[in-house]
Ligand binder design. Structure first.
Ligand SMILES: *Cc1c(COP(=O)(O)O)cnc(C)c1O
Length: 368
């Protein structure tokens, strides 16, 4: 008897729920006969990439016959200066996603426990599962991480705690004081991963200072990305900050050329583009206010956001409403897979995109 390919697979992989990326937008548009859809499904920066990044990438194109700098020297040096730490505290990843996975692979093994909020970014659960560890899921409280409960769930088997702040898909953040209380409760030999992909979009009074723990030598890994406010999602580059011994371990498991040369060049230039950053933040604030106002007028409830996306309760079948919106050329994310079947997650776009979303939503709700 030939064993099936499923039987040969690692049991941890066999149990994973496959990620289905769906068809390219262009293909869906062709099938539905729509053109020029607005993409509000992946929390990308609607303003586009920094012009400085584009120029740097163009300048670097002629060298793509060469392998990239595997140490990410210039980008890590720039990050070290920005955060006033030495380069040994920084690691680059093929998106921060890669760093989430690296961290799980470096620290979790079968029998360990990983504490994860639910619902949160699905990647935390899947990378933890791949290692054979047990995932301890702690329900959100009022759509926010319940850090108090998460700290209480620590056992002698706990190795890692994942904290998405702001959380995806809810857009909520915890208060800086809650993080302080949490870090006091959590034993020092547990690795805490803070995923701060939307940090630069947060209101200043909510921006956490988790780098403080990194500088103190706590087992903290803080992740940021160039995919969101920096507008470079397609390049795949993110970074992690952790005490040097932790970074050193991640580096052992890392693929040597994980961040390509164009990504390094683009990210380095984007990091310095204060204008692009400020404009993007402003655009997000304007869009947020507009959407709050319009959604309220439509009588819909939503979760106030600390990021560049909004979780909206559409009061009916979110999947069907997302489909209907797509036929009107507006792409948003239904939340059924997160157990939020009446919700949509919508990225805050440009004023024109937001207006188009509201208009389409109004029509869809009137039709249904
Ligand atoms: C978008 C996002 C990221 C960023 O992923 P990249 O791999 O850096 O593109 C990380 N965490 C969360 C919660 C996100 O929503």
């Amino acid at each position: 008897m030939v064993r099936s390919i499923q039987e040969l697979a690692s049991p941890y992989v066999r149990e994973l729920v496959p990620y289905s990326p769906g068809k390219p937008i262009e293909e869906v548009e062709r099938e539905l006969g729509v053109k020029g859809s607005v993409k509000l499904a992946s929390n990308e920066n609607p303003l586009g990439p920094s012009p400085l990044a584009l120029q740097a990438i163009r300048n670097a194109l002629g060298e793509i016959n060469r392998y990239p700098d595997g140490g990410g020297y210039y980008l890590r040096r720039a990050l070290a200066r920005k955060f006033d730490l030495v380069m040994g505290y920084f690691i680059l990843g093929n998106g921060s996603n890669e760093l989430i996975e690296l961290a799980a692979r470096c620290f979790l093994t079968a029998g360990d426990e990983a504490i994860i909020a639910d619902p949160a970014f699905v990647v935390y659960k899947s990378v933890a599962q791949m290692t054979g560890s047990r995932q301890i899921l702690v329900p959100l409280r009022d759509y926010r991480h319940d850090l108090e409960e998460m700290a209480k769930r620590v056992t002698s088997k706990t190795k890692m705690i994942f904290v998405g702040n702001p959380n995806n898909p809810t857009g909520t953040s915890v208060e800086p004081g809650e993080i302080e209380a949490f870090m006091t409760e959590v034993p020092e030999d547990i690795i805490v991963l803070f995923d701060e992909a939307y940090y630069e979009y947060m209101p200043e009074d909510l921006q956490p200072n988790t780098i403080r723990y990194v500088a103190e030598g706590r087992y903290v890994l803080t992740l940021r990305t160039f995919s969101k406010i920096y507008g470079l999602a397609g390049l795949r580059v993110g970074y992690g900050m952790a005490p040097p011994p932790l970074v050193e371990l991640l580096n052992r498991a890392r693929e040597p050329f994980n961040v390509n040369s164009l990504a390094q060049a683009g990210a380095l230039a984007a990091l310095d583009d204060a204008n692009h950053l400020a404009t993007s933040r402003r655009l997000n604030e304007i869009g947020k206010r507009y959407l709050y106002e319009q959604l309220s007028m439509l009588g819909l409830s939503f979760i106030p956001t600390a990021a560049n996306f909004l979780l909206v309760d559409v009061g009916g079948d979110g999947g069907a409403i997302a489909q209907a919106l797509m036929r009107k050329g507006v792409i948003v994310r239904p939340m059924g897979m997160y157990g939020l079947s009446r919700h949509l997650r919508v990225t805050i776009g440009t004023p024109q995109e937001n207006e188009r979303f509201i208009r389409a939503l109004q029509e869809v709700l009137a039709e249904s």
